[in-house]
Design a protein around this ligand. Structure first.
Ligand code: F6P
Length: 378
């Protein structure tokens, strides 16, 4: 019987985190279960820092609020924590301390709201006897085995609005406007916002691009009297003869995604200005796309996810990730979700080779884009 549970929000924030928290807390309270929240993700778990969540006080008015009221951390890998000892950097497995903290607090289950890095730690805790239920969060929509992660719809909406705004300034100045969006190694945000925002080109990690083909598309538009073009570039896009652009490499300990992407948009803008003669400008959408209020879709999805997560806990179906596939809520074992990520800890912590969900060439989204004339750089 589950009597006392705790929520952990970990990794980059995403719109809908608070809505999931609200749904878990409400479902818990309605079933006589106490709900707590660890402060700042796995760091709070390590430091035994948690608060009681109560829908009448601190967990009230959450549905529309961006961010997470209990904070997050994307630099705390408790299984391989970067520490300093006698002036030397050392990496320590601090997971036993976390497990002791969970036991001491008497939590029957922890809910891990996060992307693949967070779920990997959740899986590792579950292998050590902790009851875990994961909820798939990320604006990137790249978690395996679920059709959609919460936060993604909001990111696409923000990017689409940005494209609407870039359209009017592009048309007025006869410019190429490049919008660089997030998404890591998957092009979901780029491709869906390109379709929603009427872009002329979408460059995504799944399809290495030929810049000459992109320039041809811009020139074709010029020949039709359309003296501007809108290009969406995913941060993980790369040219056929080049590599992804890395903005920064972190050192957070093994097993985390230590690479931060960014910079490809500026490169595309420069290349296109040279190849087409049109003035080009690049806008990097950045953190705007994951801040602020969630869309109605994300609020509903987050609520469904939160309720389902609590239901699974009450049914004793631990060590699973809540999923949404073909219009139905379900669950899958954490082992299957992070299974192919096992090698990651051994290398740089880069998730480029992980089992993240990517758009495939025969995806209907790709076909939709191509059929309406969006150039994909090929
Ligand atoms: O995974 C979400 C995300 O926003 C990615 O789209 C982006 O590449 C990354 O996080 C940025 O990470 P950070 O918040 O560490 O800069």
């Amino acid at each position: 019987m589950v009597k006392k549970v705790a929520i952990i929000t970990n990794g980059g924030d995403a719109p809908g985190l608070n809505a999931v928290i609200r749904a878990i807390v409400k479902t818990a309270e309605n079933n006589g279960i106490e709900c707590y929240g660890y402060i700042e993700g796995y760091r709070g778990l390590l430091e035994n820092n948690y608060i009681k969540l109560d829908s009448r006080t601190n967990a009230s008015g959450l549905l529309h609020r961006g961010g997470t009221i209990i904070g997050t951390s994307n630099s705390t890998n408790v299984f391989n924590l970067k520490c300093e000892e006698n002036g030397q950097v050392v990496y320590k497995d601090m997971s036993q301390k976390c497990i002791d903290n969970i036991k001491e607090a008497g939590f029957d289950c922890i809910f891990t709201l996060g992307g693949d890095g967070t779920q990997k730690s959740g899986r590792d805790f579950s292998l050590r006897g902790v009851n875990v239920i994961g909820v798939p969060k990320t604006i990137d929509n790249d978690v395996a085995h679920t059709d959609i992660t919460f936060g993604y719809n909001t990111a696409v909406s923000v990017a689409t609005e940005a494209l609407d705004r870039l359209h009017t300034t592009a048309a007025s100045h006869h410019r190429i406007m490049v919008l660089e969006v997030m998404g890591r190694y998957a092009g979901w945000i780029a491709l869906e916002s390109a379709i929603g925002g009427g872009a002329d080109v979408a460059l995504i990690p799944e399809i290495p691009y030929d810049i000459n083909k992109v320039a041809d598309k811009v020139k074709e538009r010029i020949s039709e009297g359309k003296l501007f073009s809108i290009i969406v570039v995913s941060e993980g896009a790369k040219p056929i003869d080049g590599d992804i652009v890395i903005k920064r490499q972190l050192d957070n300990g093994k097993g985390l995604d230590n690479i931060r992407l960014g910079g490809i948009g500026e490169r595309v803008a420069e290349d296109l200005e040279r190849l087409t003669g049109l003035v080009s400008r690049c806008t990097v959408l950045g953190y705007v796309q994951r801040g602020g209020t969630p869309t109605a879709y994300d609020r509903v999805l987050s609520t469904k996810y939160g309720v389902k997560a609590m239901e699974l806990a009450m049914e004793g179906k631990f060590n699973n990730l809540v999923t949404y596939k073909e219009g139905k809520l379900g669950y899958i074992s954490l082992e299957e979700v992070v299974g192919e990520n096992k090698e990651i800890g051994a290398a740089s912590g880069n998730t480029a080779k992980s089992n993240i969900r990517k758009i495939s060439m025969d995806d209907e989204l790709v076909k939709t884009a191509r059929n309406i004339g969006i150039n994909l750089g090929i």
